[in-house]
Structure formats: C-alpha cells, structure tokens
Design a protein around this ligand. Structure first.
Ligand SMILES: [Zn+2]
Length: 480
C-alpha cells in the first residue's frame, strides 16, 4: 500500500472516531431527553444523578459508553444496576453517524469496500468533498439524532414532544440558506448537487417565484393559525379529551360499583329480583375501558385504548381544518402573487420557465425548506383528517405530522413523502417479525418509530433506488 494511501486511511479512521464520539455525546443527551421529557423535568438542570441514591455523577461516569463500561453497569456509590439502555443508545447513535460518514465520504473512490457500495453515495457527497458539504452533513446528523430521541420517547409514552420536531426544522431553516448565501457569493465554487437540482434537498428553481410565493404564504398561514389558536378564535383540537376521559372513567366506575352492589344483593336472601336484573346489565358506556385497564395518569396518551374510544374525532377534525384554512388560502395567494409579480412564464420551445429576475439562491433554498415542512407535514395531516373522517377515530397523531414536517424541512419534500409511504412497509415488516417471533412483541407501537426508521432507510437507500429505477426505465432518474 502506498504511503499516501495509508495516511488517507488514518485520516478516515480519525474522522470516523470523531463522528462516533459526536454521535455518542448526542446519544447521551438523547438518554437524558428520553428519561426526563416524559416526566416534565428540565433537560439542563439538575445535573445527571443516580436515580437510586441521588448522588451527582462525576464527569468520568458521564462519558458516553465508556463510563458505563468502567462502572460495569453499577452506580459507583450505591451499586444499583444502571440500565444497559444508556450505553446501547449512545453506541447506536454513534454507529449510525459513522455509517452515514462512511457512505457519504469514504465509500466513493478507491476504497477496499469496493465499487458495489458506490451506489449508496448521493451525487453531492463525493470523496474528499466534505469541506464543501459538511453543513448538510451536520443537518442530517442532527435530524437522525432527533428522530432517535422522538422514537424512544414515542415508544415509551405514545407522545412525540413537539419541541424535538422543531430542532431539525430550525437547524435546516438556518443552516441551508446561510450555506447557500455563502456559496453564491462572488468568486465561490458553489456546491455539488444532484444534476438538475440546485441544492442538496429539493428546492424550487430560482425562476419559480410561484413556488417561492406559495411556500412563504404557507408558512405565514401557519403563523396566523397559531395566532388564532393562541387568541382562542380557533379551538384547540381534542381540548376536552381529559374532561371526557374523566367522565367516561367515572361512569365506568359507577357501573362497576352498581355491579358489585348488585352482586352483593344477590347474596342476600331478601333481595328484590327485579332490581337485580335492572342494575346488572349496566355496562360501562365505553366498551374500550376494560376493567383491567391501568389507572390513568395525567397524560391522556398514557392510555391509547381510551384515546381511541374518544367519540368526537370527526368534530375535532373540523377544528383542525379551521386552523389550516389560513395556510391553504395564503399558499394560493402566494402562488398567484409570485407568478404575477415575478413574471414567471413557461417557454414551450426551450421547455423551461423564465422570470423577470432570478431569485437569490438562499431564498430558493429557504423556500425548499418551507416546502419540505409544509408538504412533509401536510401529507400526514391529509391522511389524519381524511382517515379520522372516514373511521370516526383519530388516524395518525399530530406528533407524526410535526415529525414529518421536521423531516421535510431537513431533507426536502420528496424524501419526506417517500419516508411517509415507506413507513407502512416498515410497519408491515415489524408485524411479520412479531408473527415470526411468536407474538414476542405484541406491544402496540405508535407510528412514530416506523416513520423514523423509514426516513433513515430512505436516506440510506435513495441512491440505490435511483440506480435501480434508472436501470429499469433506461432513463436517468435523479432525486435530490
Ligand atoms: Zn446510586
């Protein structure tokens, strides 16, 4: 092996180690989030402590993965067992980050991994090109870490904390336009992108003021919807759920009490038979509150069967449509305004759009982030609203809507849509695995983890899918 190649590999190994350490540290943060957020404890204070003896952990104990191994999985002070979930999460996030690093920046070229893996590399991530694409790589890693945290919390509590879904969206809305402004300054080299696209996520072309107008209008509409929600002009959906649950539980309990009283009466020789027959058939009003159901906590989602029995799902969808009305309206207004004032016209001879003036790249990229947010969340919301109307039960959670909106902002609308539809297949695969494992994991799982896994799979497999589609159709198919 030539010497320069050896040095190159040392460099790769060093970077992989750094990426792993970065992932493990974020994994450590994810552990804190997954432990504290459902309990409503602040993530910053107090500092990590042993849950059994409350002793503050030293910096050595806090080192991801290694800290747990050094302690052999027991608290230094009280020797209580520490769950292996913590180092496993840290190592898994680190490993996932290294996988992306290897696919993006190591595989292409003359690696001993071979040319077969080259199809996994996206167009914009060419070997040794990390200096020009690292901001996008960082956004991707932050998205993956956020999805990991959402999956853990969702699997444990059936709730996705909305703040977690904002992390990738905000990071993408800041990093991408800044990077675009940086590379479009005079004398810059620009960035590598998928052919036919001008950024690494799906963005409108710089001549398409209509799409830019639509995305800006849509985000403005979301802002107005939130304002209406805050002022109370639009009602929050499922706002009366807790009240309904309390009532349903109370009447279920009275029914139980009446049943017990009736059973007691049955033992009494003088009991009035007619009274027994009238009181015993009383059943709980909701057939989904089985007597064995656990006592409810403050969180309505702690009891998913109960949640599904809520009878007003259709009515609540009308509220959500009211929230969405300004968004839809302003999208249309933005579309026409952009078309009109931007002078967007289609030239059938060249088969291309033109405009009075090209939009700056950062604006087109910001618009791509917004479009991803609106379409990524919109597809899920569409299914939620129509599913709820059709079945009279809540279909897809609002947390899933927020999650895919965040995914769309970070990866663009194409990837978010692919991820959403891919999640159904991941769900089917999970069910089949459960069947094979003999009902080993019968536990009902919320949809969020499937969405997260499908999103990561889509990111990894997209170049391979393009490659396959291109070979099948004989035409180059390229997705940003
Ligand atoms: Zn302890």
């Amino acid at each position: 092996m030539p010497q320069y190649q050896f040095l190159q590999w040392c460099l790769y190994a060093l970077w992989a180690l750094l990426v792993f350490a970065y992932g493990a540290c974020l994994g450590s943060l994810i552990n804190v989030i997954a432990y504290r957020m459902p309990k409503g404890i602040s993530i910053v204070t107090p500092p990590s402590r042993c849950p059994a003896c409350s002793t503050k952990l030293s910096w050595r104990d806090n080192i991801p993965v290694l800290g747990w191994i050094a302690l052999r999985g027991r608290c230094r002070y009280c020797k209580t067992r520490i769950s292996p979930e913590y180092p496993i999460v840290e190592a898994a996030v680190g490993f996932l980050f290294v996988v992306f690093y290897v696919i993006w920046y190591v595989v292409p070229g003359t690696s001993p991994l071979g040319g077969a893996l080259n199809v996994l590399t996206p167009y914009w991530a060419v070997m040794n090109d990390a200096s020009r694409t690292w901001p996008e790589f960082v956004v991707l890693l932050i998205l993956v870490a956020s999805l990991f945290a959402m999956t853990l919390v969702d699997a444990k509590t059936f709730t996705i904390p909305i703040q977690l879904t904002w992390v990738p969206a905000i990071v993408a809305a800041v990093v991408y336009p800044l990077h675009a402004a940086w590379v479009s300054r005079p004398g810059s080299f620009g960035v590598r992108t998928t052919p036919g696209w001008n950024w690494m996520i799906a963005c409108p072309d710089v001549t398409r003021w209509d799409w830019i107008g639509l995305s800006l209008g849509g985000m403005l509409g979301i802002g107005i919807g939130l304002l209406l929600l805050r002022t109370g002009l639009v009602g929050r959906s499922f706002a009366d759920y807790a009240e309904w649950e309390a009532k349903a539980k109370a009447s279920a309990q009275t029914a139980d009490a009446v049943g017990t009283a009736a059973a007691a009466q049955q033992d009494q020789p003088n009991a009035d038979a007619a009274q027994i027959t009238t009181s015993t058939p009383t059943t709980p009003p909701s057939n989904s509150a089985p007597p064995s159901s656990p006592p409810s906590s403050a969180d309505p989602n702690a009891n998913p069967e109960m949640w599904m029995a809520y009878p007003h799902a259709r009515r609540e969808m009308v509220r959500e449509l009211a929230f969405l009305a300004p968004c839809v309206l302003l999208m249309l207004v933005g579309w026409y305004a952009g078309r009109h004032f931007g002078g967007v016209s289609y030239d059938p001879i060249f088969g291309a759009y033109s405009a009075k003036a090209a939009a700056p790249l950062w604006l087109a990229v910001l618009s791509g982030v917004f479009l991803g947010y609106l379409i990524g969340g919109g597809v899920v919301w569409f299914v939620r609203i129509f599913g709820s109307f059709a079945f009279g039960k809540e279909a897809m959670g609002l947390g899933d809507v927020h999650m895919m909106a965040g995914v769309g902002a970070a990866l663009g609308w194409i990837m978010a849509t692919l991820g959403f539809f891919g999640a159904a297949f991941v769900g089917i695969a999970w069910a089949l695995l459960g069947r094979l494992a003999g009902g080993g994991f019968k536990r009902m799982l919320p949809y969020g983890p499937f969405l997260a896994v499908a999103t990561v799979l889509v990111v990894v497999c997209k170049p391979a899918v393009e490659w396959g589609l291109s070979h099948l159709t004989g035409q180059p198919i390229r997705l940003p």
